[in-house]
Structures are given as C-alpha cells and as structure tokens.
Design a protein around this ligand. Structure first.
Ligand code: DX5
Ligand code: ZN
Length: 229
C-alpha cells in the first residue's frame, strides 16, 4: 500500500449526512445537495454498536443511480467487515469503520481495498488519536466524531478539536494525503472552528437537510469553510 496515494488530495469537502434527509423523497433531497456537495455521508447503524438502526445496503443501492456524489459510508456496526462485497456492489466508494469495533483494523483495510473501496478509521469522542496512529498508512480518512455516534441533531463537542489538531499535525508531518473528517453538530457556527483545527471534510446532517433550502445551506457551509482555511 503506497503511503501517499496520488489519486487522492486532501481538499476541502462537504458531506451532507443522509440521516437528516426527508426519507419520503430521497431523490429530491439528494438533488438539492448534488451541485454544492462533494460526498454523500451515509450512516449505517446496526442497533448494536450504537443504540439506533438507520439504513443499509438496499438503500445504498437504491440511491446509487440518483447521483454521482462519492458515497462515504460510515459503518456504526459491531462487525464492519461483514458486508464489504455487498456494499461495494451497491455503490459505496469509501467505508469508515470505528477503531472501537476492532483492535486491529489491518485485515479490515485489506478487505476494503480488495473490494475496491477506500478505507477510513473513526474515533469516538473518548478515543484518543493515538489509537489510530499505528494504522494511519492504511487509512485514506480519519473521522473524528464530535458527538456520540448514533443520532443526528446533537450538540457539537468542542473538546474533540484538540484531537483534530493532533491528526492534522501528524498527517502534515508524515506527508500523507489523509482526509481529516469531522462528524456531529457541524453548523455554520462550529464549521469554522473545525476547519481552523485542521478538518478538511465536514459532515453535516441537520444543518443541511434540516434547512429550508439544503442547496443554500451547502453553499453557506462552503463559504464558512473557505473563510477559515
Ligand atoms: C451520528 C452520525 C452523523 C449524523 C450527524 O451518529 O454519524 O453523521 O448524521 O448529524 P448532525 O449533523 O445533525 O449532527
Ligand atoms: Zn456519520
């Protein structure tokens, strides 16, 4: 696995989180963010790793023909490697898995690659950045949770910003192109702080799909992001 993957660049990205979309019409909801967004963040939950159930492979497959957005699948599941071939076939581009769900993600990363998927690791708010350091060269993305995983609409936890800074410093120091993603409570108020700390991929559910006009919300988020780079 090359350390620096030349097909990737850690540019600024906005990833609306589908969990906050109006499920009565996903096609229309996705169309509202298609132009301004970069990734579509898809929260897969199993009711075991987190105390909630969301959606899974059939939904990923169902929405795949609706958009060319990069599908960023955040697996909040106890056994995140279980359905990698199915997820890949359904149209996932990236899978991120919680380090809390597996002490050694080496095999998980290998399986993801084998299925043509990009791979990332997620840290819950209480998990230190040190937990993922041994696996940085396996990871395209490090996702720092800024809420406890499982539910949208929670308040941003500013105490994770130090972890974002640490991750950004590590990536720069080692010359990696790893994306530093942040997820949970991202709004026009908290986005600038996350970007200033070093996040380059912002996940936002409520702030985008909960807005009167999701496409304007994406554009505003982009402005807030760029003003703080
Ligand atoms: C929480 C999910 C988030 C969630 C974010 O477990 O991982 O992606 O959708 O929602 P907001 O932006 O509303 O905090
Ligand atoms: Zn998420």
């Amino acid at each position: 696995m090359p350390t620096l993957r030349l097909d990737r660049m850690a540019t600024s990205k906005i990833a609306p989180s589908l969990l906050a979309a109006d499920f009565r019409c996903l096609e229309r909801q996705i169309a509202r963010v298609e132009t301004g967004a970069d990734w579509l963040h898809i929260d897969v939950m199993d009711g075991h790793f987190v105390p909630n159930i969301s959606f899974g492979i059939p939904v990923v497959a169902g929405i795949r023909p609706m958009t060319e957005l990069y599908f960023d699948c955040h697996l909040m599941t106890t056994n995140p490697t279980a359905f990698l071939p199915e997820l890949a076939k359904a149209g996932a581009d990236l899978v991120t898995m919680h380090i809390e769900a597996m002490p050694d993600p080496t095999e998980a990363a290998r399986k993801a690659r084998e299925n043509g998927l990009d791979f990332g690791l997620v840290c819950n708010p209480a998990t230190p950045f040190a937990a993922v350091i041994p696996f940085m060269e396996l990871s395209d993305v490090i996702l720092v949770m800024s809420v406890e995983p499982g539910f949208g609409g929670q308040s941003f936890m500013p105490e994770v910003l130090g972890k974002v800074e640490e991750a950004r410093e590590w990536v720069e120091k080692h010359g990696l192109a790893t994306d530093i993603q942040i997820d949970g409570g991202i709004t026009l108020d908290t986005a600038p702080r996350a970007v200033a700390a070093g996040a380059n991929v912002l996940v936002a559910g409520t702030a985008i799909f909960g807005a009167d006009d999701p496409s304007t919300a994406v554009a505003e988020m982009r402005r807030a992001m760029e003003a703080n780079e």
